[in-house]
Design a protein around this ligand. Structure first.
Ligand code: FEO
Ligand code: CA
Ligand code: CA
Ligand code: CA
Length: 593
């Protein structure tokens, strides 16, 4: 069976068995608790949550819906406290409003949904003896950013005619951030937030670029276009161009305007995690989460300034505006041996070499037939033109702080190999890929600014009894089953933690830890599972605590407020609330030691 408490350091816990319990299950000796959930008031003057009497005004001071990415930043001078930053990816109105009529949403419901999107900043207090965390209501750093807050477009495409609208002839001032999925934490103390499936908010798209970004020709499901014409692309064709960016937020400055960084390109950004070059320039790795989309990186031209002086902070807020955007091309070393079944090639690995293809540097385009502005705003088309490699839904990408190797979660692609679609290749080796894989990328000379890399698959997910799975060569009878890897994070010991979205093995989604080095490399162990209908997001592992976002609990076909599919977290008869959960040891010791 799966190995027990004797794992790699940081992973010494008895794995949780796959299950379909409507709760958060954790290993023996551990406990879990909700830190904060949808509707909890965080700003001064905000009322307690009342699901039967929701208002946009109340929601704009309360924790938003569908928490996803999480970051915890230090708060010097306030012992035991940290700054929690959370994404609120999207709203699910039938689970939010009693009696919701999808054909006729009310203005109040739509405005509540606008206020439930975006980001939350909330200071949390750690308990001295345990990993327990509680929110500090009304802390001066607490903040909500929503679909109507002010954001600024910066970088080489800011001000471009492609970004101008009738409400904003400057092409630099945007209201709102939408569909913030995963993100990243920078070494200079800011957070990054990927705007992912922004197509779903815009009605009446037209032309090849809207089509390439999935903006449909019809009305939207939420029908926001009835309440604000900027969501109607027939009336404001450039408004969709102002979404689909990486947002940078300075959580330490509650008066700052967050920036949308055009230098990092526009696509369905899952996440954005930086790593520094030896000379201090940030390199940001990014996935475009859709079937057959690409893997990207941005290499800054500027060096980070150390310290927290005002000058350093101001300088560091310019790092992501100047540099080069690249897209990845991967070439397998076992051509002709990939048959779509997942059978390992004769050399024993799915592996090969790669090339980062430059797309644009500042105002200079490297893509024939496209201007630099077009490369940034229609980055997917730039990737098409240069022959980037289509991947199986590139989600979170995380460089190891220990080794520099970069881990890419490729969540699944059930269209791989279908007629008219790209066939399996060595990096995406299974046709009709239900379970996904994790790719490990090593930059040449371990220089993140290099334009060459080597890669190999680290995990090919699924039931270990399925011959088409692979766990870095580790004995399969000693690993937990895993399906649909999505978000990835490193713990203080250098182990990789993986959360899942859409488990296809009959269990609820969960969180897993795996060693990436040493003789336990590939020993994957399940740490928790989440309630019915939920996805596990935002994993974050500190010495004494693990945080996860429990996103969209109760989201099951046919479920509604009246017919809930889950009773989490508040029990039967209460509205289901997406929430952030902390897990820690009952004996107060460190996780997994
Ligand atoms: Fe919002 Fe790709 O998950
Ligand atoms: Ca995700
Ligand atoms: Ca090979
Ligand atoms: Ca996902």
């Amino acid at each position: 069976g799966v190995s027990g408490r004797d794992g790699a350091r940081g992973l010494r816990f008895t794995p949780v068995a796959p299950n379909r319990d409507d709760r958060v299950t954790v290993p023996d000796g551990y406990t879990q608790q909700v830190v904060i959930g949808w509707g909890d008031p965080i700003l001064r003057g905000t009322p307690d949550f009342d699901p039967e009497r929701q208002t946009a005004k109340a929601q704009s001071g309360q924790f938003g819906y569908n928490n996803d990415f999480l970051s915890l930043l230090p708060l010097p001078g306030e012992p035991g406290r940290q700054v929690l930053v959370a994404n609120h990816e999207y709203t699910d109105e039938v689970l939010m409003f009693r009696g919701y009529d999808p054909e006729h949403p009310t203005r109040e419901q739509v405005e509540v949904a606008w206020a439930a999107h975006g980001l939350s900043v909330v200071v949390v207090q750690g308990e001295h003896r345990t990993g327990r965390l509680t929110p500090v209501r009304r802390h001066p750093l607490n903040r909500r950013l929503t679909a109507t807050s002010e954001f600024r477009l910066t970088g080489p495409a800011a001000g471009s005619p492609l970004l101008r609208t009738s409400a904003d002839p400057t092409g630099r001032k945007v209201y709102g951030t939408l569909n913030n999925c995963a993100g990243g934490t920078t070494p200079w103390g800011t957070t990054l937030h990927g705007e992912e499936n922004i197509n779903q908010y815009f009605a009446h798209g037209s032309g090849t670029t809207d089509k390439r970004y999935g903006i449909g020709a019809g009305a939207t499901e939420r029908k926001w276009e009835r309440f604000d014409k900027r969501f109607d692309a027939a009336q404001e064709p450039h408004e969709p161009h102002r979404f689909g960016w990486v947002v940078e937020l300075d959580p330490y400055d509650p008066d700052s305007t967050p920036r949308k960084r055009t230098a990092l390109g526009r696509f369905k950004h899952e996440a954005a995690q930086p790593r520094l070059t030896d000379d201090g320039r940030p390199v940001v790795y990014m996935g475009d989460d859709e079937r057959f989309e690409y893997l990207y990186k941005f290499v800054s031209a500027r060096r980070m300034m150390r310290g927290t002086s005002r000058r350093a902070r101001e300088h560091n807020l310019t790092l992501l505006d100047e540099g080069t955007l690249y897209v990845a091309r991967l070439t397998g070393d076992s051509p002709g041996e990939i048959d779509g079944t997942g059978k390992l090639p004769a050399d024993g690995e799915f592996d090969g070499s790669g090339h980062w293809i430059p797309l644009a540097t500042g105002d200079v385009s490297h893509v024939p037939g496209m201007t630099a502005d077009e490369v940034y705003v229609f980055t997917r088309l730039a990737g098409d033109r240069v022959g980037a490699t289509t991947m199986d839904r590139p989600e979170d990408v995380e460089p190891s702080p220990r080794t520099g190797r970069v881990y890419v979660a490729l969540t699944n692609n059930t269209d791989r190999g279908k007629p008219g679609k790209a066939p399996a290749d060595e990096a995406n080796p299974r046709a009709l890929n239900k379970h996904g894989q994790i790719l490990e990328l090593a930059e040449r000379r371990n220089d993140p600014a290099s334009d060459r890399f080597a890669w190999r698959l680290f995990l090919v997910a699924g039931d270990p009894e399925d011959p088409a799975t692979y766990f870095a060569g580790y004995p399969k009878e000693r690993v937990s089953p895993i399906s649909c890897p999505d978000n990835v994070a490193f713990d203080p010991h250098g182990n990789l933690w993986i959360s899942t979205d859409g488990n296809q093995l009959g269990s609820h989604d969960g969180l897993f830890g795996v060693a990436t080095r040493g003789d336990r490399r590939g020993e994957l162990k399940q740490f928790l599972t989440v309630p019915t209908g939920a996805e596990t997001c935002g994993p974050l592992v500190q010495d004494r605590r693990v945080l996860v976002s429990v996103q969209h609990p109760g989201e099951v076909d046919g479920a509604s407020v009246e017919k809930p599919a889950s009773a989490w977290p508040d029990g039967p008869g209460r509205i289901v609330r997406p929430s952030v959960v902390v897990v820690y040891r009952k004996d107060g010791r460190d996780i997994g030691v």
